[in-house]
Design a protein around this ligand. Structure first.
Ligand code: MF3
Ligand code: CO
Length: 241
């Protein structure tokens, strides 16, 4: 899991450097798949429930699961969420980042920063002996202060020898405490935050999730390892060995 995470961290770093006005969302997928396979890994999104690409590329009001296209060209001022995952020796990693395309508005930059920070606020509660929904509540408390909408239809998840495992990890406060966290659990924590309301809808392609009100959306995700102390963020390290 550590190695799967390390490699994915590097893939994301390279994709982030590649993002600029004028490239297509398919260009990002092409590079991402090449990088993943270059490490001898398998893109775990490809063919997942029929998903037709290796990277999810979601622009502006697209929340997640945008399908890469040659005719979808990134423009200055866009924000683009890249979600990627891979399999290394049978173990999965999953991570997402939202990037600015050239110069973006202050409003968009703040949404990206708050979404990223909400992950870090959430994992302050990710400790053995604590409860799963402490993470959810911590994300909710932080994000709600900004008046943003927290996506409710999609959640984080356990991850390991499969991409999606139990438990589900909502990014908003729950009535129950959720399972007790134990050292050795690996989780994908992934807040999806809208600048407007939380409702989302699915496009006719069956995949792309967009905000109902057309507001911007950002996504930030890492695969983490629960320990008795601070969690290890497996998909956030400098570069692979
Ligand atoms: N990271 C995504 C998630 O956890 C996985 C997308 S799978 C795909 O929902 F098939 F949609 F690409
Ligand atoms: Co995920």
């Amino acid at each position: 899991m550590r190695e799967a995470g390390k490699i994915l961290a590097d893939v994301h770093a390279r994709l982030g450097e590649f993002v600029r006005p004028g490239i297509s969302t398919l260009d990002i997928d092409t590079l991402g798949e090449k990088l993943i396979r270059g490490y001898g890994c398998i893109p775990n999104f490809l063919n997942y429930n029929g998903y037709p690409a290796s990277i999810c590329v979601s622009v502006n009001d697209e929340v997640v699961h945008g399908i890469p296209r040659a005719d979808r060209i990134l423009q200055e001022g866009d924000i683009v969420s890249l979600d990627a995952g891979l399999i290394y020796k049978g173990y999965h990693s999953d991570a997402a980042r939202t990037h600015a395309v050239g110069e973006i508005s202050e409003e968009a930059a703040r949404l990206i920063a708050v979404t990223r920070q909400s992950f870090f606020e959430g994992i302050k509660a990710a400790k053995a002996g604590g409860h799963l929904h402490d993470i959810s509540a911590a994300i909710d408390d932080y994000v709600s202060g900004f008046g943003y909408g927290i996506v409710r239809d999609l959640v984080g998840h356990g991850i390991g020898s499969r991409l999606h495992e139990d438990p589900q990890i909502p990014n908003f406060r729950q009535k129950r405490r959720g399972v007790r966290l134990q050292a050795g659990m690996t989780l994908a924590v992934e807040p999806m935050i809208n600048s407007g309301g939380w409702p989302v809808e699915w496009l006719a392609d069956g995949w792309t999730v967009v905000t109902k009100d057309g507001s911007l959306s950002a996504h930030y995700e890492n695969t983490i390892l629960i320990t008795d102390g601070e969690p290890e963020i497996l998909t956030l390290v400098e570069s692979p060995a």
